[in-house]
Design a protein around this ligand. Structure first.
Ligand code: SF4
Length: 214
């Protein structure tokens, strides 16, 4: 099977398996997703969703966070780990949104990457989830599953995985596919245990799964 055909079949099956997939970071405004995705580095989405409630109780607006001292932000976000650098980035990012973008979240990769603490993974998430643009979010699940399934071969660098997936995944499918890879990575194709290939809907087309005895 070619890479494109494999990708289409994976998309088709995962759509059936996880029809209502969504981003598991809670947000109701675009700038809040920027905050959450920065906090989510090396932290679970569930913990981020709790911590941001405390953060927005104290600082409900972008302007409040821009004016707050990074030390005070750090005191709230430290349960997410890397508190100092995350607080500094959030504070600087909110200031740049206000100063350079009139308080709006930009909708291009280039502009998003110019913001403090925003890398390609975060920028893709914003482009896909907020603006409905083609996006490939190469988080740990996406990279692990893409390699196991055979969508990429021994590629672990996020930018290279993104580039390889962009060649075989239809642009309009990328964002939701990545959410579904997260769903599947949590439920079946797990990182901390051996993957549950015997329960997997991809077993007969997955490079790793095909080698696992029935
Ligand atoms: S068959 Fe196994 S390795 Fe392949 S996607 Fe499913 S659980 Fe993961």
């Amino acid at each position: 099977m070619t890479g494109k055909k494999l990708a289409l079949e994976v998309i088709r099956r995962l759509k059936t398996e996880y029809p209502d997939t969504v981003c598991t970071l809670d947000y109701d405004e675009a700038w809040k997703l920027l905050v959450s995705v920065r906090l989510a580095a090396q932290c679970t989405d569930a913990r981020v969703n709790v911590v941001v409630q405390d953060l927005y109780r104290e600082y409900p607006t972008m302007q409040d966070l821009a004016k707050a001292s990074p030390d005070k932000i750090e005191r709230i976000v430290h349960p997410c780990g890397l508190g100092r650098s995350k607080a500094r980035d959030i504070h600087a990012c909110m200031n740049e949104l206000l100063e350079r973008f009139d308080g709006r979240v930009p909708d291009t990769m280039e502009e998003l990457l110019s913001l403090p603490g925003v890398g390609r993974k975060s920028a893709n998430l914003i482009l896909g989830d907020v603006f409905g643009k083609p996006a490939i979010v190469t988080d740990t699940h996406c990279i692990r599953l893409s390699n196991r399934i055979g969508l990429v071969k021994n590629v672990t660098e996020p930018a290279k995985v993104e580039a390889a997936l962009r060649k075989i995944v239809p642009p309009e499918e990328g964002n939701q596919l990545c959410h579904r890879l997260v769903d599947h990575g949590r439920a079946v194709c797990t990182a901390r245990t051996a993957p549950f290939c015997d329960k997997c809907v991809l077993k007969d087309i997955c490079a790793y799964g095909k080698k696992v005895p029935v």
